[in-house]
Each structure stands twice: as structure tokens, then as C-alpha cells.
Design a protein around this ligand. Structure first.
Ligand code: ITT
Length: 197
């Protein structure tokens, strides 16, 4: 029987990616819980925010809970939008407004190196079990390219590619993404901790 994991996120794209990468697990979303709280991300680091989400949700269930806090760091913007990636264009912002704001901030700037970072926390019964991180280096494109993925994918070309994550597609993104690199650590940790699945 597959091991069950609840992903503590309201971002359906993250659930989809995590499910595709953790194919040997039964990956469930928050809909399996009754009225899960909206966890406020008051931390100043990915680890703090991932911990807040994992602890709050794992308090409500006996199942293993996995949270993901992630974002884009642009070198010439001093690491912004960073932990504020989902709220870059304001609290009511969305992917499209966030991308427009990033393009405005980068207008005329030829220093375009950036990375996606992901921190994952595993928790059970309100206690943190372990944390993992992953990153992928790349650069910010001059305009949006491609219709796949989510968030800043249309503006991010990973190192060694001219195409954006949104053009490269799910399989290539998942073979090198910040999220898949953090999840490698999760798989390794879980297989040692629960060798029989
Ligand atoms: P939860 O907090 O409910 O998990 P969220 O989308 O608010 O959902 P975060 O606070 O971790 O999640 O913010 C992540 C933001 O960073 C996300 O909304 C995107 O803007 C960006 N991001 C993270 N991973 C990304 C990826 O793989 N591709 C594109 N953008 C990504």
C-alpha cells in the first residue's frame, strides 16, 4: 500500500507537481480535512513559513504532512521577490500581475540571474520531523514565454536553456526544479525511515 501524505498547500499547481514527482506515494490535498485554516505566512524565511504551514495542518490529522514554501530570488533585485513571491504585486495579486511587476522592475536591466528556491517541511502531530531544500539557477527572460506551469515559470529560463519552464513542459521542469530537488531529500528520508513503505 502506498504511504499517504497530505500536502499543506492551497496552490493546486504545487500539488500536481508534488504528485507527479512522488509517484510512489498517495499524495492528498487539503480537501481531505474539514475546514483547514488559512495559515498566515508571517515568517521572513522559506523555512519559517514552511514550518508554520506544516505544523498548523499536521495538528489536525494523524497523517504525515508535507508543506512547501518557495519563491524566486533575483540577484539584481537583492533577492526579491523571495518569500513574498506570491504577494509581489500586492495581497490581491495573481501570477499575471506578479509577472508584470517583475518585468517592470527588470526593465533595462541586463543583470538577470535568478533562482527558484523551495523548502519542504515534513511534520506529524504538530511536530516537525525534517526539512529539505532545493534550488535551480537560471535567468529572467525579457518577456513571458509559454503557457505551461504556474507563477513565474513563463519568465524563468533554467541555466543551459533558452526556453522558459512554461515552454519546457512538466517533465523537463520536474527533472531539475527546485521542488524536485527538495523532494529527492524527502524520498530518501522517508525510504530510510519507513523502509517497508
Ligand atoms: P501555499 O502557501 O498555500 O503553499 P502559495 O502559492 O502562496 O501556496 P508560497 O507562499 O510558497 O505558495 O509562494 C510561492 C510563490 O512562488 C508562487 O505563488 C509562485 O509565484 C512562486 N513559485 C514557487 N514555485 C514556483 C514554480 O515552480 N514555478 C513558478 N513560480 C513558482
Amino acid at each position: 500500500m502506498k504511504k499517504r501524505l497530505i500536502v499543506a498547500t492551497r496552490n493546486a499547481h504545487k500539488v500536481e507537481e508534488i504528485r507527479a514527482i512522488l509517484s510512489t506515494f498517495e499524495v492528498l490535498d487539503l480537501s481531505v480535512l474539514t475546514d483547514p485554516p488559512e495559515v498566515e505566512e508571517t515568517g521572513t524565511t522559506f523555512l519559517e513559513n514552511a514550518t508554520l504551514k506544516a505544523v498548523a495542518i499536521s495538528d489536525l490529522t494523524d497523517a504525515l504532512v508535507l508543506s512547501d514554501d518557495s519563491g524566486l530570488e533575483v540577484d539584481s533585485l537583492g533577492g526579491d521577490p523571495g518569500v513574498y513571491s506570491s504577494r509581489y504585486a500586492g495581497g490581491d495579486g495573481n501570477d499575471s500581475l506578479n509577472n508584470e511587476k517583475l518585468l517592470r522592475e527588470m526593465d533595462g536591466n541586463c543583470e538577470r540571474t535568478a533562482r527558484f528556491r523551495c523548502v519542504i517541511v515534513l511534520a506529524r502531530g504538530g511536530n516537525v520531523l525534517a526539512d529539505f531544500s532545493g534550488a535551480v539557477e537560471g535567468r529572467i527572460l525579457q518577456q513571458k514565454q509559454g503557457g505551461g506551469g504556474f507563477g513565474y515559470d513563463p519568465l524563468f529560463a533554467p541555466e543551459g536553456y533558452e526556453m522558459s519552464f512554461a515552454e519546457l513542459g512538466e517533465e523537463i521542469k520536474n527533472s531539475m526544479s527546485h521542488r524536485s530537488r527538495a523532494l529527492e531529500g524527502v524520498v530518501d528520508w522517508l525510504s530510510r525511515r519507513f523502509p517497508l513503505g
